[in-house]
Write a protein that binds this ligand. Structure first.
Ligand code: ZN
Length: 152
């Protein structure tokens, strides 16, 4: 195991055990539940947006270390960003996990610690649950978010 990979593992374990911004938010103007039935990960995401900017974000939930670490890292990175910037970050993050050769890691900051998930396709949904929930919250999608969408 390379030193870099070990460092990444430590960041994931740290965020998985002690997630940042792990609380309910009374002042939230978007609240959304997300569920990854394949792994059993569940989160509730709280957002306070104003004039297109994510002013505050927090979450609660339970799940595997990757889902919790990913949600924790997401709350750190999207706070203060515009909604468009957050959506753009997710596009880059999704590429990191599914098409790593095309990913622009320089745009991803700390999220690159999750790059190793690309080697485990079944875990990609753990890493993207928080982001799917974020997009649904911002789009005011009334349905429960599930990573297992029924085909239309
Ligand atoms: Zn999981």
């Amino acid at each position: 195991m390379s030193d870099l990979r070990e460092l990444y593992q430590q960041v994931i374990i740290d965020h998985g055990r002690r997630p940042r911004n792990f609380s309910a938010m009374e002042t939230a103007n978007h609240i959304k539940d997300g569920h990854n039935p394949l792994c059993g990960d569940k989160i509730t995401l709280y957002l306070l947006t104003h004039n297109g900017i994510i002013e505050s974000v927090s979450f609660q939930g339970a799940g595997c270390a990757i889902s919790m670490a990913s949600a924790s890292l997401m709350t750190e990175i999207i706070k203060g960003k515009t909604i468009a910037e957050a959506e753009n970050l997710f596009a880059h993050f999704h590429a990191l996990l599914t098409q790593p050769s095309l990913a622009q890691n320089d745009k991803l900051g700390k999220l690159t610690v999750l790059a190793g998930v690309a080697e485990f396709p079944a875990r990609v949904k753990c890493a993207t649950l928080a982001w799917h929930t974020l997009l649904a919250a911002l789009q005011q999608n009334p349905e429960l978010v599930s990573t297992e969408k029924k085909e239309a």
